[in-house]
Design a protein around this ligand. Structure first.
Ligand code: NAP
Length: 286
């Protein structure tokens, strides 16, 4: 199948491109940088250098690639630029969807998040509403996610992957990542807020399977939603960081995500439990 991947060089893209190529697909990947284009080409994809905010360029690239499916893994979180990330979710997604429709694509698989649900009891299921009444600053995240998911649904078929928190190589939770740095500095308290995690390789594997999933939203998160009081001391110990300070309470919507739907669709994460995944991802850290 002809597939175009926007965000082909990010945390998920890096794992996903080889999976798509190995599965026999004809893959076009987008990046803004000629140097990373060379890496994409080495992975077996056709690389196109463009900025997703350049609407004309996105139209031209998708017209040329003629994909049946467009995979949207764009974020601006590598630089922790939340304003740019909101623009990517709104404007970037709009450009991508309009260009995909003009190029005759049928399906979009789009990266969303699993912590945007309205407050409720226990891990959230896909049929629960997003937290559209959230106050600022959470409202900014929710509006961006809502715009992304709504635009993607303009496609004849849209699969929305609501991912848990990414960990593994190249993420904020890697040994050299932003979160590891915060924890080493003792700057992250262990709260009662519940999070769901997913290893980036398992996240990429879900995007591959989603080529054949029915349209709709799917939580892609591991089996073990956990409060900060549980996962953070474990993570800190693996990093050799100080024991995190305990702080009772949770932020709005920190409830984790139920992954029964993804499992029912055949997703089998290699790391179903972050305790094993963290250990594997951080094994070289003393
Ligand atoms: N669910 C989660 O927990 C979650 C989700 C997303 C991110 N994050 C965190 O953020 C970190 C960075 O994520 P990431 O690697 O996905 O982000 P990233 O490095 O900022 O970029 C992701 C992808 O989007 C592309 N991109 C960004 N802006 C673009 C633009 N204007 N036009 C075209 N392409 C554009 C990048 O391509 P080029 O740079 O090659 O142009 C890259 O392929 C992760 O490692 C993770 O820790 C977490």
């Amino acid at each position: 199948m002809k597939i175009a991947v926007a965000g082909a060089t990010g945390a998920i893209g890096r794992s996903l491109i080889p999976l798509l190529v190995e599965a026999g697909h004809e893959v076009t990947g987008f990046t803004r940088h000629p140097l990373t284009a060379a890496r994409l080409a080495a992975q077996g994809a056709k690389a196109v250098v463009l900025d997703v905010f350049d609407r004309e360029a996105v139209f031209a690239a998708l017209r040329e690639a003629e994909p049946e499916t467009v995979i949207h893994q764009l974020t601006a979180l590598g630089e922790r630029d939340f304003a740019d990330n909101a623009r990517i979710r709104t404007l970037g997604t709009r450009n991508l969807v309009d260009a995909a429709l003009a190029a005759g694509a049928r399906r979009m698989i789009a990266q969303s998040i699993s912590w945007a649900y309205a407050p409720g009891e226990g891990p959230a299921r896909e049929d629960e509403p997003l937290d559209l009444d959230a106050p600022a600053p959470r409202s900014g995240t929710i509006q961006g996610v809502h715009a992304l998911e709504t635009a993607a649904q303009d496609m004849p078929e849209a699969v929305i992957l609501r991912y848990g928190l990414f960990y593994g190589p190249g993420t904020w939770y890697a040994a050299d990542g932003y979160m590891a740095e915060q924890v080493r500095r003792g700057a992250l308290p262990a709260t009662d807020g519940v999070s769901s995690f997913v290893h980036v390789d398992d996240a990429a594997a879900a995007a591959l399977l989603a080529l054949a999933w029915p349209p709709g939203a799917v939580n892609v998160a591991d089996d073990r939603p956990a409060p900060g009081g549980e996962w953070l001391p474990h993570y800190a110990a693996l990093l050799g960081a100080p024991e995190p300070e305990r702080q009772p309470g949770a932020a709005r919507g920190e409830r984790g995500a139920d992954n029964a739907k993804a499992k029912g669709l055949g997703w089998r994460p290699r790391y179903a439990d972050w305790r094993e995944g963290f250990a594997a991802a951080l094994e070289r850290v003393e």
